[in-house]
Design a binder for this molecule. Structure first.
Ligand code: ATP
Ligand code: MN
Length: 497
């Protein structure tokens, strides 16, 4: 998928021909090579088997399958019975130009081996359209579908691009802890981590649970964000980023929330809010561009899928074609407005006047819901929007306080079809102001001594943001539900696979 594909491929060919023994080659490499006339060995899973002769195989390396043509001399009746959808096979043969339409090359098989059978009576995936809901129930097998193959490859490309972007910019990747003792991360409900006996926990005299007897000698949780630790690193390394799992025990069963999701959190010393916005915009555009340059076949497939799904929707509710939409975001500056301006736009909007918002806009202080965010992006500005300077009451304690005493230097990036994709801010670098705000919110300043130390010793203006990786994947893949862009979704009442 990435650079140097031709040299690597050439190497593989050389290797197997030299040794006289065929080495397995990935289907993508076979298709890319166009090395008609070569002997190849491919291994994969049967997608279709037609006329007891044409075996269509996929090995996950590409959205494209390869077809092997096998005559009776190669597959006898016994073998034919075993070549069913889902069985794993190894096929040796000569690569030739394809006779049929739809593919450029195919294999004239000289040897076919069934590695593992798949009982057709029991194999749940048949070569027909399955609903996404059904596929979630067989998450262990959905990698074998075109949709999840495509999503999984694009997801990998995006992981790689994230690291490439920050590496090129001289950022350092930091692993922040997954188990945290800080209850100050402040972004929602947390999952407790404990080895205490749930039926019979040690109690303190007042009857509350005695966490000093717990594994870490204190109450611990799964992290909701790596930011606070990221700040410690940034105030020494200058530019860092984290890319790790985060956990939120909110009971929000929406198509955009997971209980376990991956977040990318860069944190930059000497960055003010505008620098922060510039970086986030450049970063998102880099990722989208990377997807266009490296995943076009998968994106074309996903685009077709989305258009088919949307056929039944009324015209005005259909989204822009996927690749066009990605290009549109790359080519246009994001709109940048303050929260206060956004409230004004929303209050004067048609849906507000017609009482069509589920959550009414009640002036300054209203916490924006996804319906409001999407109105701004999809109807008003018609491009991504960065909202800044939110009321301090609806944002976290660490955000830099503005002169007005009412707002903080927050910035959220809103995307079409998604709503909030990035949340970030300039951080409060003044020890005094930070302490005062924490006291107002009854946060344990003393327990947070390690965080306060960054403000005590050599404090500097700094900023950062969090990009929800699965929200990005929703946008890039055109999938409608966040459960379909992560291999093993964790949502309320669901952790089977
Ligand atoms: P939202 O308001 O959409 O619930 P948030 O404001 O709680 O999000 P932040 O704490 O700002 O989210 O987290 C940073 C980013 O992480 C968000 O911009 C979003 O992209 C992503 N994110 C937050 N919560 C979830 C979740 N439950 N599942 C998937 N991604 C999430
Ligand atoms: Mn947020």
């Amino acid at each position: 998928m990435f650079h140097n594909k031709i040299p690597i491929f050439a190497l593989q060919f050389k290797n197997f021909s030299k040794m006289g023994v065929l080495k397995r080659i990935k289907i993508k490499d076979v298709l890319d090579s166009g090395a008609v006339g070569s002997e190849v060995l491919i291994k994969g899973w049967v997608r279709f088997f037609r006329n007891n002769r044409f075996i269509v195989i996929n090995d996950g390396s590409s959205i494209n399958n390869i077809q092997a043509v096998a005559d009776e001399s190669v597959i006898n009746a016994e073998l034919i019975k075993k070549i069913t959808v889902g069985a794993s096979v190894a096929v040796t043969g000569k690569l030739v130009e394809s006779q049929g339409s739809g593919q450029s090359v195919e294999i004239i098989a000289s040897h076919v081996e069934v590695i593992g059978v798949a009982d057709p009576e029991k194999y749940p995936l048949q070569p027909k359209k399955h609903s996404l809901e059904f596929l979630r129930e067989i998450a262990h097998l959905r990698f074998r579908t075109n949709i999840f193959g495509a999503v999984t490859r694009v997801r990998h490309a995006m992981i790689f691009a994230v690291h490439e972007f920050f590496t090129k910019k001289g950022f350092v990747n930091i692993h922040t802890p997954i188990v945290t003792g800080s209850d100050c991360e402040g972004a929602g409900e947390m999952f407790r981590v404990s080895t205490l006996d749930a039926k019979n926990p040690p109690l303190k005299e007042d009857g509350s649970i005695d966490y000093s007897k717990d594994f870490f000698g204190r109450e611990t949780n799964l992290t909701v964000s790596g930011q606070l630790e990221g700040e410690l690193a940034a105030l020494a390394m200058s530019d860092i980023y984290t890319f790790g799992p985060t956990f939120r025990a909110e009971n929000s069963n929406t198509a955009r929330h997971l209980a376990e999701f991956w977040m990318i959190e860069p944190e930059m010393a000497f960055y003010e809010l505008t620098d922060n916005m510039d970086l986030a915009e450049e970063f998102l555009k880099y990722l989208l561009n990377y997807a266009l340059e490296n995943c076009i076949e998968d994106l074309q497939f996903l685009s077709k899928r989305q258009q088919e799904e949307e056929k039944n929707k009324p015209q005005d509710q259909r989204s822009m074609e996927l690749i066009e939409k990605i290009k549109f975001v790359i080519d246009n500056d994001f709109a940048r407005i303050t929260y206060t301006e956004a409230i004004e736009i929303l209050a004067n909007s048609k849906p507000a006047k017609k009482n069509q918002f589920q959550y009414p806009i009640k002036g300054f202080g209203t916490d924006l819901q996804s319906e409001h965010e999407r109105f701004l992006v999809e109807k008003h500005f018609k491009r991504p929007v960065i909202l800044t300077d939110y009321p301090k009451e609806i944002k976290a304690f660490y955000m830099k306080q503005n002169q007005d005493g009412k707002t903080v230097r927050a910035m959220d990036i809103l995307f079409p079809g998604i709503g909030e994709i990035v949340g970030g801010s300039q951080r409060e670098e003044s020890l005094e102001k930070l302490e005062n705000r924490m006291k107002e919110l009854n946060l344990p300043v003393d327990e947070m001594w390690w965080y306060m130390d960054t403000r005590r010793f050599g404090s500097v203006p700094h900023s950062g943001f969090g990009l929800g990786f699965e929200r990005l994947m929703l946008f890039i893949s055109g999938m409608g539900n966040i459960r379909d862009v992560i291999p093993f979704p964790r949502t309320p009442k669901n952790a089977e696979f």
